[in-house]
Write a protein that binds this ligand. Sequence first.
Ligand code: MRU
Length: 329
Amino acid sequence: MRTIDWDDDRAAVRLIDQTRLPVEYEVVYCERVEELIEAIKELKVRGAPALGIAGALGVVLACKTATEGEEIERYLMKLKKARPTAVNLFYGIDRAYSAAKRGKTPEEKEKLALAEANRLIEEDIAVNRRIGDYGSELLEDGDVVLTHCNAGRLACVDWGTALGVIRTAISRGKHIEVIACETRPLNQGSRLTTWELMQDKIPVTLITDSMSAAVMREGMVNRVIVGADRVVKEGVINKIGTYMHAVLAKEHGIPFYVAAPTSSFDLEHGYEEIEIEERSPEELIYCGDTQIAPADVRVYNPAFDFTPFELIEALITEKGVFHTPIKLI
Ligand code: MRU
């Protein structure tokens, strides 16, 4: 099943609830834009490309609920505020709303927004396949690839960016194994990356984030591939911990690759200008229902970090591979 899609029968957004994985596979439906906004905030749907689709489908729901333009825009402001860092959310909203605005009646607007959202869904799948085509050329038979967070099919509509590169390489006969970092504090690596790779019978080993230096030093890894939430003027913003792996990869002479669609590009802005989402202290103070830190401890919990292009050997996009020294503008 696609990670996120439109259900015609229910006139609702259908998505895999990623907060329940890997224990339960549950599909949820959002019939109202407020439900979708909550699903985004709670990370039921997450990952930059999937957030782009959520944004576009959110416009469809906003047009369905609201009767006039101003009301739609109020919903879209709330939708944009659901998560600030991945640029795809804004990209998806803007594309679908530009299409919707060509309609005169609410019904026409909804129809046009849905047609554009469906185009984005098909584009996402095709773009990931192309990223896979280009990126798989960089992998050699026998490689062990370390990845962080989840940049797989669960972060997109299907196939994935970083994991898509691995899937394509495997489909072309290369033997590739994966080391998945757990990705504290929300564990997208241990909960989602391992789950989706195991579904496809791709060999995967789980490690804690802090083991990455040791596995590199021991020669257990020969490439790193991650995704991106936003590619800015001087580098890449991605899940917290990405920068640490990039620094370590440089130190150990291991190629560090980023796989991302150009819909994640925001080359008009530099890193300093981007809001890095800071999440609730509870994510560090509790592990499930168990308290693991003093309840009133001061917490710093940014969800993303910045990796400069100097640390990235190749940026893999659907338009081709940009090799180091990466210059996009
Ligand atoms: O907080 P998340 O789970 O939405 O963060 C996701 C990531 O950081 C991914 O690596 C990124 O969105 C790329 S997904 C193809």
